[in-house]
Design a protein around this ligand. Sequence first.
Ligand SMILES: [Zn+2]
Length: 323
Amino acid sequence: MSSPDSNDPQMKRSNGVESAAGGVAPPVVDLHLHTTASDGQLTPTELIEQISKTSLKIVAVTDHDSTEGVDEALAAAERHPQLTIIPGIELGTEDGDSEVHLISHFIDPNAPGLQDYLKHLRNGRVEAARGTVEKLAELGIKIEWERVLEIADGAVGRPHIARAMEEAGYVQHAQDAFQRYLGNDGLARVKRPKPTPADGVRFLHSVGATATLAHPQTVKGLRNVLGFLVDEGLDGIEVFAPKYGNSDRERRLEVATRNGLIAVGGSDYHAWGTSEEIVPGDPNTVGPPLEAVDRLQAAAERWKAMIPTAPELPGNGSATGVG
Ligand SMILES: [Zn+2]
């Protein structure tokens, strides 16, 4: 059952990922970016200004559990007609003790039920962050909760706590705080209640948006998770994730193809300013092909068409079962 093209270099080149010379063409699409609406360091305007100076033409703003950066990004992009912004989100879900992040594209921030759901998730995030600060205090690390909120200036999360620790001199770099204290097995980690990955996929589809699996390398038991998410109607998987190295790309592409998934991806940029961070539009990275955007849009249109319109059952006008 060998596929005729798997070892044919001509065929590999024709997928538009590699340039004809075998080098890497500058990326045109970046489908995974963060702003101050979650744990990014740039405002949506700053991010779009930075991106406008690169080769990128189509980018998605995908903040954690928030679409609040979308409007500002769209407004900023009006000054840069070459740029198209895709409204997106990165939804945090959990499978046992493994975090599974879902990236969604073509989400409508005004879709009924969406903002209530996100508010519920963010409240859980605040509770967990506050609990983390309390745990740190028990460990002798005294940072001010108010200062964490100031740094966050929006959706609060572990990176903001890390920066408060850096400011107070408890760690040299914010990233160091994760190793000992804030990482998944860290001493001060407080978990927050999260939807399961299957719930996350169903929810995103219920508001007419796509659901794709972010940074699959970080998912424990990937084969199993992917199996049930594909059954659930998962639309795509991140293949073009430069920070996890180019060597994995072909393998991930194969996984995508085998499961009929759209190959998506992007820089997952937060503007942390660390030396290993991939900057959007980095000419040495490979972005998703334009075709991926068309396929995402078509998928979103299919999910939107399936949203039930106003309740029609006589005497039983129960709203959509989102919870
Ligand atoms: Zn991300």
